[in-house]
Design a protein around this ligand. Structure first.
Ligand code: FAD
Length: 293
């Protein structure tokens, strides 16, 4: 096992902290289900919960509305994902003002991806760094950014990855969340590289509980994340066994979190896919108790 890296990262607390990511639901049933899931995870006292931002007008509206609703209806700290590709500066400034004025002061600032379907809209932004610049000029937002332990598919080298992260920090980012990964060595090496380069902000591992292996294989390929053979093997023969797949997923994520904890990591960001059960169970096994316990 590698040397405990937390000693070199004083920003990490000694207590395990979690955050949860949701996406805006698309229909009334999904909205009802999402709220049940949010309510289930709320007592775990997450540091924040974040809401993703999709391409297209109505999807974007849904993000704004959901974040504002969470702010009003719960005691949770919501963070709004915001992507800039295809947007104008004026549009982004308007969204920023709207969030700031409703008390939403934490933005997960991202570039996003160009939509696959035409027409492509030419916007004022090329990179997340430009978005951070605009947001910070407008208001003193807390800015969280992305990081890619296995390298973003558009990046030319790992060094480029660190340079971009450093640039984001210089512009005011105070935390990064990683793309999901399954082989923790990539994350640990990434953190060690960041420490060597003087990067001091917390780089929180993005944890994806896998329940649909085939879908995840396709997604991981696009995102440049390696799917270990052992992981694929664990789901073999379980296509029609959703409940067993959940148990397998919990085991895999628990092992992953334990390995990270043994390397000194104490903050985790769960990609919940709008389902609380797995994240709740994993948090429970990790010793995180609800506020009423
Ligand atoms: P950037 O950080 O801008 O990087 C994109 C590429 O450009 C990289 O190759 C980088 O090396 C390069 N680059 C960046 N800045 C510069 C610069 N100044 N000069 C030269 N090169 C540069 N997508 C969504 O659509 N909605 C979401 O809500 C969403 N949430 C996400 C949350 C997390 C935690 C993560 C990790 C990803 C999320 N994504 C989301 C996906 C993300 O939008 C894509 O991965 C996208 O391709 C890159 O966005 P980015 O902000 O990481 O890009």
């Amino acid at each position: 096992m590698k040397e405990n890296i937390v000693k070199k990262m004083p920003e990490y607390s000694r207590k395990i902290g979690v955050s949860f990511e949701f996406f805006p639901p698309k229909n009334p049933d999904a909205i009802r289900s999402l709220w049940l899931n949010i309510k289930r995870l709320e007592p775990l006292d997450p540091k924040f919960i974040s809401v993703t931002y999709g391409a297209g007008g109505s999807t974007r509206e849904n993000t704004h509305n959901l974040v504002k609703e969470i702010q009003i209806k719960t005691k949770l700290n919501p963070a709004a994902h915001l992507t800039c590709i295809g947007s104008s500066r004026v549009e982004i400034e308007k969204i920023a003002d709207d969030y700031w004025n409703t008390g939403i002061k934490h933005i997960v600032a991202l570039r996003g991806d160009e939509p696959k379907i035409l027409p492509k809209i030419k916007g004022d932004f090329q990179y997340a760094t430009e978005l951070i610049e605009v947001l910070k000029k407008r208001h003193d937002f807390e800015i969280t950014v992305s990081a890619y332990p296995e390298m973003h598919p558009d990046s030319s080298s790992m060094e480029n990855e660190y340079d971009v992260l450093k640039k984001k920090i210089d512009l005011g980012a105070t935390k990064a969340i990683t793309q999901f990964f399954f082989d923790s060595r990539y994350y640990i090496e990434f953190i060690e590289g960041a420490i060597k380069r003087g990067i001091k902000i917390p780089i929180v591992p993005g944890i994806l509980p896998v329940t649909n292996c085939q879908k995840t294989i396709e997604f991981a390929k696009k995102m440049n994340c390696k799917m270990p053979k052992w992981l694929v093997k664990m789901f073999e023969g379980l296509d029609s066994e959703p409940e067993t797949r959940k148990l397998v997923a919990a085991t895999i994520v628990y092992d992953q979190c334990r390995e990270l904890i043994s390397n000194g990591i104490e903050d985790f960001h769960f990609y919940t896919l709008n389902r609380a059960d797995l994240s709740f169970a994993i948090c429970h096994i990790l010793g995180i108790r609800t506020l009423k316990d």
